[in-house]
Ligand binder design. Sequence first.
Ligand code: AP5
Length: 206
Amino acid sequence: MSIVLLGPPGAGKGTQARLLSEHLKLPHISTGEILRAAREARTPLGQSAEKYMREGKLVPDELIVDLVQNRLKETDCRQGYILDGFPRNLAQAKSLRQKHIVLSLGVDAEELVRRISGRRQCGQCGQTYQIHFQPPKEAGKCDRCGGELRQRDDDREEVVRKRLRVYENETAPLLGYYRDKGQLVMIQGIGDVQEIFQSLVQVLSR
Ligand code: AP5
């Protein structure tokens, strides 16, 4: 089963992709995580991507499309995978040849800004927290592994607003593209994380 999670920044794609990955035993492929790891390791990809990410823009397709294609050819993707953050525009969508189930998480802009401004992520295991709604037991520390919690540098409010505009202009048109192909399922992304996860599981079991 090959799944694409669509949705604006902060819609919960990463949160739900991690839960689905554990539940379905399928790899979670997050292009944002791949790019952030490359940036941290100062690889050529990371260095090229850095300024686009800092400004809340999409990195150019030529940096990301082949990378995803190669990742999908790895053996752990044979039974399927969960794509989080890809595709982000029509050219990227057209680079995916096989059929996918496309799950789109809908959340309004005000809630997105609130969620992102309170997001913290574990520097070691990647677990995300929301300091207002889902805080860790001990401030600044990951419940799972004890790692240090950090704020992403593109989570500043002005960059978040730019990312939301980029989503509207470049990614939201994919909803029509996948609707026309009969591959789109819209999911309400507001509410309890576990309840949203259960609706995704229900859709996938149909
Ligand atoms: P990326 O990392 O993909 O960021 P994004 O799409 O902006 O998405 P986010 O990670 O911000 O949000 P999310 O939907 O995963 O939400 P999350 O689960 O974390 O991309 C970053 C950058 O990389 C891009 O701007 C671009 O530059 C580049 N890039 C990446 N892919 C690219 C591509 N294909 N092409 C070109 N460039 C690319 O949740 C958010 C917060 O809300 C968390 O704190 C979480 O705990 C909380 N939360 C989750 N669910 C709920 C809920 N139900 N209720 C309350 N809080 C919740």
